[in-house]
Ligand binder design. Structure first.
Ligand code: SF4
Length: 303
């Protein structure tokens, strides 16, 4: 069969047109099926409508409301599609596993899953090793938790004496990956200045697990350089975020919550996943606030 360069170019173009969306769809469908069968099912002790530590720190409370009330995310011209997002997540898992191995090479003892009194892994209701985390904000009607968080690991031992004088176990470990541009922003502005969502996540996790330090690691996937930051617990910040989350529980729709942006062209709104629904849906009504960070409703840290 004759197959020249012109035919190869045409086939290459067609393969890209066909295969890229096929892969995106297949990967996203597989992930959605896994999620719907496990955490997304709403079965078990964590409610389907909940606020996770991973996004409790989003700057706009109405954005938090859209997430809690499970409004659909809008497609963005400039954003990654669901298949691409899943590949980003896979790169994040690779980064986490590799960093864990490398930190082990320099004598850091890190646990990543919950252990029982005999040091054996605890499994969740779906038979998977249970990640170290916390739950709070019980719904009085269903008994399910509406606030939850998990951590990548907890450092429980540091062999190197110099490092051991800086890192005091138990210390939460949070792993992230980044492009060169993002990595430089973090190295310059530190986590608090660079990203309120990551900063909120580590603060709320420290509050609930009763830990005073987080070692934040960020791997630059363009240069493979690391950035590490030791973040202290800021109780006020953690408390404010939890109070804000509890305020969201008391709403019946995100439209009960105020907008942070002053117009839909505001920078905070430009990349928001709910921009059209926010600015072209119902109108703003009330602002609800509340208090909660109750140690009596928390589980014991599983480490
Ligand atoms: S569009 Fe702007 S105001 Fe509306 S939820 Fe998003 S960030 Fe908040």
């Amino acid at each position: 069969m004759q197959f020249d360069q012109r035919q190869a170019d045409a086939a290459t173009s067609e393969i890209n047109t066909l295969l890229c969306p096929m892969l995106d769809l297949a990967i996203a469908d597989k992930r959605k099926a896994e999620y719907d069968a496990t955490r997304g099912s709403g079965e078990g002790d964590v409610a389907k409508n909940r606020i996770g530590a991973g996004y409790i720190g989003v700057p706009c409370v109405r954005d938090l409301g859209f997430r809690y009330h499970r409004f659909p995310k809008e497609a963005r011209d400039t954003g990654a599609n669901p298949g691409e997002l899943q590949r980003h997540a896979a790169a994040g898992h690779w980064t986490e596993n590799a960093t864990l191995d490398w930190l082990g090479l320099v004598g850091m003892n890190i646990i990543t899953v919950a252990l029982n009194d005999h040091g054996n892994e605890i499994t969740d209701q779906w038979g998977k090793p249970k990640q170290i985390g916390w739950k709070d904000g019980k719904d009085p009607e269903t008994g399910q938790y509406r606030l939850a968080g998990e951590v990548d690991g907890v450092i429980i031992g540091v062999d190197d004496p110099h490092l051991a004088s800086l890192i005091k176990p138990p210390c939460i470990w949070e792993s992230k990956k980044a492009t060169d541009k993002k990595w430089k922003k973090f190295a310059k502005e530190k986590v608090r200045g660079a990203d309120p969502v990551y900063f909120g996540q580590v603060q709320v996790n420290m509050g609930y697990l009763g830990v005073m330090q987080t070692l934040f690691s960020m791997l630059n996937l363009d240069t493979m350089k690391f950035y590490f930051e030791l973040i202290p617990f800021d109780q006020r910040h953690a408390q404010d975020l939890v109070d804000r989350g509890v305020g969201v529980f008391q709403t019946s729709s995100p439209y009960d919550l105020p907008r942070l942006g002053r117009s839909e062209d505001d920078l905070v709104c430009k990349f928001c996943d709910y921009r059209t629904q926010c600015w072209h849906g119902e109108t703003n009504t009330v602002h609800v606030t509340s208090q909660l960070f109750n140690p009596n409703t928390m589980e014991d840290p599983p480490f």
